[in-house]
Write a protein that binds this ligand. Structure first.
Ligand code: GUN
Length: 290
């Protein structure tokens, strides 16, 4: 039996439409949500991401402020801008697109963003809050994966008690993903490049999340029959075609459900960024805590 294909485009559209409706209600109360997006340099991939984030703001009804700074911007200049935006009453969320040019310390920039405006969920205070189960902003890709699991397969995926294997331990995906799955009461294993017997470890998974960055690495030999497979990878194969970390065509024949690339996890990241902006706006105005 072939796997159910989890439609990230459709689910992200649902999330955005829910936010659009809630944003309209805020507007009726005279509240407008603003996201400030900072891009330093000319990285073509980053330019596309930033454009898509601004487009999503437009769709939902947020105001977006755009700062496109030259490659040679100094760290101090960037930090000054972040501090200015931290202090501005009319700014709810601040996003500094990564990667930054090599002469700028990304950690220093992340630490400078007010945790209350850190809609990427990268600030140590937000990461720490996730770790101890307190409220705070959660990194958008892992938060999006939780929504994909909850909203697909007619809501029948039950995470509680399941074996979840995450391949990859990055600060943006693997680590926060493990904490979110723990919060959902999964039994969590984080595998990585040094893991022994990776195939056997992955084959234990009821829910397998691949965030490795290697095109097609997860073949059917890594997957238990009926498992839910979430593919976070965005790679280009030899023909320049976009593909994930999972060998989709063969794995879909044995998985219970699977996300495609493109059209799976990717669209959810922006939808969850938009959700964090909404939460930031509401929280800052003291309507409710996130
Ligand atoms: N670069 C790649 N992904 C991201 C992201 O989620 N947020 C930011 N700020 N930069 C990125």
């Amino acid at each position: 039996m072939s796997a159910e294909i989890i439609d990230g485009k459709l689910i992200s559209q649902q999330v955005k439409d829910e936010l659009k409706e809630k944003t309209l209600k805020l507007k009726e109360e005279g509240i407008e949500i603003t996201l400030a997006v900072i891009l330093v340099g000319e990285d073509p991939g980053s330019k596309v991401y930033v454009r898509n984030k601004k487009k999503a703001c437009e769709y939902i009804g947020y105001r977006s402020l755009s700062y496109e700074l030259p490659e040679e911007t100094t760290q101090e200049e960037l930090l000054d801008l972040v501090r200015e935006l931290n202090d501005r009453e009319d700014v709810d969320g601040i996003l500094v697109q990564m990667p930054l040019p090599a002469h700028i310390d990304e950690k220093a920039v992340i630490n400078a963003i007010s945790p209350f405006k850190d809609v990427d969920g990268f600030h140590p205070e937000n990461v720490g809050a996730l770790c101890i189960g307190e409220k705070g902003f959660v990194s958008c890709t892992p938060a999006g994966i939780i929504q994909l699991l909850k909203r697909s397969c007619d809501g029948k995926i039950d995470i509680s008690g399941k074996e979840c294997v995450i391949v990859g331990r990055s600060n943006i995906v693997g680590k926060p993903m493990s904490l979110l799955m723990l919060r959902e009461n999964a039994t969590v294993t984080v595998a990585h490049s040094k893991t022994k017997n990776l195939k056997e470890v992955c084959k234990r998974a009821d829910i397998l999340i691949a965030a490795i960055g290697k095109a097609g690495m997860i073949t059917k030999d890594y997957v238990k029959e009926g498992a839910i497979v979430i593919d976070v990878g965005i790679n280009r194969n030899a023909d320049g075609k976009l593909c994930g970390d999972v060998a989709f065509d063969e794995v879909k024949e044995i998985a219970g459900a699977i996300t495609p690339v493109p059209g799976g996890v990717g669209p959810m990241t922006i939808a969850m960024l938009m959700n964090n902006c909404y939460e930031a706006g509401v929280m800052r105005r003291n309507k409710q805590a996130i």
